[in-house]
Unconditional design. Structure first.
Length: 413
């Protein structure tokens, strides 16, 4: 189906929200459940991408499709005219709960994972001498809250090194369990490591925590929108995330899910009306004063857009793109891949090094030659190059990047 015909079928334009189910029905009617390259070309056309830009950094910040941008703009216009539409908080939490397979009553809308993780750390009753165990692969957004708490309250923070690449789940779980002591009160771990896309066995870690009375806090910045998530089966106490990454929601949209026992007991970091009303449950933490609800309107549009494309279809495409990059890089001399092989432990990112070349130098080269946006993992002195594709990327773009990296491995910079 040509793009102009699709737009007509979808309701005459890309204005959002489209009529319920129209976008999803039109996509399914045109392409079925096994979409072709034409399908993904159409999806790409819904994003405001420059034709000469190869964007491989969704793991830092997702770019919004036109319907999401339009939702934010339209809400902003209505506020400017003094007619702000009422936010459907219940429906929004239900749609987030569907993506997470989590009880919507436990969801609080925040600005990002960093804020969510700070809400957790600041809301716990931890005392001097208590210990937090985490890894040497945590993003600062999920680490600094514990560093602050350790410095302020005399806590002990242990960061566990993990193998890269890991070959088995045990390679990832056992080092963390070995670090636990009688003083351990919290294990804080990323669901997907931002450094190399490793999928952590968080359900196994959460089970270990439950059996020993340890709190399990999961930094889930990446999985929603990238892979299937099952918070209910995971069994963690808290799950924090940033829909502005793989769900392609606007910047300034985050979430925090908490297990039932914390909804009326976690101390709020920001106190406003109802902060001590246990009947409000998790929504006590939602009372933070005025906020930019136009961003929330964009988050809702992003959830509807994701649902219209179809979660499983999106997740399969991301895996396909990651495999293409990983397989291409693995065939090159001098390339060392730091991400796990296969889909069991590897999410939608590929991190690697090139012998004789630094990641910053390679990043500059790719940007200059083909306007490629990448991420250098400089944290913990790793010095890795990270590529993170999404549904708007084409195989041709990935081939261009692979050809440029291959040339560097053979001739240098």
């Amino acid at each position: 189906m040509k793009r102009r015909h699709f737009i007509a079928a979808a309701g005459g334009g890309l204005a959002w929200p489209l009529r319920p189910g129209v976008l999803s029905a039109s996509l399914n009617a045109a392409y079925g459940t096994a979409p072709s390259d034409d399908f993904w070309e159409l999806v790409r056309s819904m994003f405001l991408l420059d034709d000469d830009r190869i964007y491989l950094n969704v793991a830092t910040l997702g770019i919004q499709p036109a319907p999401v941008v339009e939702a934010v703009v339209e809400h902003t216009r209505r506020v400017a005219r003094s007619y702000p539409p009422a936010t459907d908080w219940v429906g929004l939490r239900e749609r987030l709960g569907s993506v997470l397979n989590a009880d919507p009553a436990g969801i609080v809308i925040t600005r990002n994972t960093t804020e969510s993780m700070n809400f957790v750390a600041n809301g716990l009753d931890l005392e001097s001498g208590d210990e937090i165990v985490t890894t040497q692969h945590e993003h600062i957004g999920g680490l600094c809250c514990w560093e602050l708490l350790a410095a302020r309250r005399g806590l002990h923070l242990t960061q566990v090194p993990l193998p890269a690449p890991a070959a088995t789940e045990d390679d990832l779980v056992q080092p963390m369990l070995d670090a636990v002591t009688s003083r351990t009160r919290v294990i804080s771990v990323s669901h997907v490591l931002f450094t190399n896309g490793t999928i952590m066995p968080v359900a196994r870690i959460a089970e270990f925590c439950r059996d020993r009375g340890i709190l399990c806090v999961v930094d889930g910045a990446h999985p929603p929108g990238m892979m299937a998530v099952d918070v209910s089966a995971m069994g963690a106490d808290f799950y924090a995330s940033s829909p502005h990454k793989w769900l392609c929601a606007p910047q300034g949209t985050g979430l925090l899910w908490m297990a039932p026992r914390w909804r009326d007991t976690l101390w709020p970091t920001l106190a406003s009306g109802g902060w001590n009303d246990g009947a409000l449950g998790a929504q006590r933490l939602q009372h933070m004063g005025s906020l930019d609800e136009s961003r929330v309107a964009g988050l809702d549009a992003a959830l509807r857009f994701h649902d219209a494309l179809g979660g499983p279809r999106v997740y399969d495409r991301i895996r396909q793109l990651r495999r293409h990059l990983a397989e291409g890089l693995a065939s090159m001399p001098g390339v060392r891949i730091m991400s796990p092989p296969g889909d069991e432990l590897a999410a939608g990112m590929v991190s690697f090094t090139v012998a004789g070349t630094t990641a910053p130098a390679l990043q500059r080269h790719l940007a200059e030659r083909a306007n490629v946006r990448t991420r250098v993992v400089s944290e913990y002195d790793y010095g890795w190059m990270r590529l993170a594709p999404h549904v708007y990327n084409t195989m041709g773009e990935l081939d261009t990047v692979l050809e440029l990296v291959d040339a560097v491995t053979r001739s240098g910079l």
